[in-house]
Design a binder for this molecule. Structure first.
Ligand code: ATP
Length: 366
């Protein structure tokens, strides 16, 4: 990937009447990047994609693509291909004519069109399907054809608006892997809108997390997951335990539990004041061992160690969501992830004692 800005959004704002759908959107996307717009329903991600496509006009702000200002350019004059959520193929045209649509408009000659269609159908894994009609194809196949159509003119930018959300779980994972492989092979700068955090984490070079029309955070999957910039991001991406606590300097107290936090987690304008905080802790950042004095257990005098009792086990296959009551955090409960092998190895069940250990550097405090 070369590091050059390909798409630049500056201070983009969109109002629908009195309602502000987007404000203060500043974003630079590099050539060849795969970026996901992630956020809950109504956060403005589709509106932002439509503005980039020229299907909506921003109230203010500017958009540049490949160094040219495209803010007021009509869609037909822009350089992108787009795939929508529902299969937007023309039902009365066969696969070949659907894929060729943009090429015919550009008056490419017929032999070249046929070659290009065959090439694209091979690329999306459906060679030889030229003569079929959309109604003869599965949802996943229709989306592959829509992808071939979007890529037909070799656009500089590929826009994907929830392209997988109408598919079943298996097909969704299969097609998302294919899209990623195809995107990397072609090197096409890609933006995908999704409300599915797993999809964004699995696919994107960078994720733009949106909420209520603003960008909450931009970062790699790892940044977003490990270093969430706000409670919203911590909550929306991945599972998290939220506990009320108080912070005094570096010292964090939650219930009767007290731990010194690494300095970078506790920056404050008034470091000496005691503040009420919310402590965010991922289930996998709590380590578990059987309780007791055996060598398999954690040392009870470790300041990061505390005891709990298993209250509920949610079986999810190879690993389980285990809900525990920790005396130090009462009445607040914690969820931890434990492997099925671990539970069977130590004969753990509801009511079993469990010794837990926090990783202080993994706590997030807001
Ligand atoms: P979803 O995943 O549900 O599509 P989204 O994050 O993509 O959500 P948008 O479709 O961008 O959300 O909509 C953002 C907000 O702007 C919503 O509150 C929506 O009701 C509003 N909105 C979108 N288009 C219009 C419009 N043409 N007129 C009025 N309000 C609109």
């Amino acid at each position: 990937m070369t590091h050059q800005p390909y798409l630049q959004l500056r201070d983009v704002r969109k109002e629908f009447g009195a309602f502000t759908a987007l404000s203060n959107i500043n974003l630079t996307i590099e050539k060849g990047e795969f970026v996901c717009f992630l956020g809950p329903s109504g956060c403005g991600k589709t509106t932002l994609l439509r503005i980039i496509a020229g299907l909506e006009t921003p109230t203010s702000g500017s958009i540049a693509q490949a160094s040219a200002d495209i803010t007021r350019l009509p869609p037909a004059e822009r350089d992108y291909g787009i795939v929508f959520q529902s299969y937007a193929l023309f039902p009365n045209l066969n696969v070949s004519d659907n894929v060729a649509y943009g090429l015919v408009n550009r008056r490419v000659d017929r032999t070249r069109i046929n070659q290009r269609v065959a090439e694209l159908l091979k690329l999306v894994g459906l060679p030889g399907s030229e003569g079929k009609y959309p109604s003869q194809l599965s949802g996943g196949q229709q989306q592959r054809i829509a992808l071939a159509r979007a890529l037909a003119t070799s656009p500089g930018l590929l826009l994907l608006d929830e392209p997988l959300s109408a598919l079943d779980a298996l097909e969704r994972v299969r097609l998302r892997q294919e899209i990623r492989a195809l995107q990397q092979k072609l090197g096409v700068t890609t933006i995908m809108v999704t409300h599915d955090q797993e999809e964004a984490l699995a696919l994107a070079d960078r994720i733009v997390v949106m909420n209520h029309g603003v960008i909450e955070q931009i970062g790699s999957a790892m940044d977003i997951y490990r270093e969430p910039a706000s409670p919203f991001v911590a909550d929306f991406v991945g599972k998290v335990n939220v506990l009320p606590g108080s912070l005094s300097g570096q010292q964090l107290s939650v219930g009767t539990f007290s731990v010194a936090l690494p300095q970078r987690l506790t920056q404050s304008e008034e470091p000496s004041a005691t503040r009420a905080v919310k402590v965010y802790l991922r289930p996998e950042d709590v380590l578990a061992r059987p309780a007791g004095t055996s060598t398999a257990s954690f040392a009870a005098d470790d300041p990061h160690v505390f005891d709990s009792v298993i209250e509920k086990i949610e079986f999810l296959g190879s690993f389980c969501h285990v809900h525990v009551a920790a005396f130090a955090f009462a009445p607040h409960k914690l969820t931890v992830y434990l492997s099925l092998n671990f539970l069977t190895e130590f004969s753990l069940a509801v009511g079993s004692p469990l010794r837990l250990k926090l990783l202080p550097e993994r706590l997030r405090v807001f």
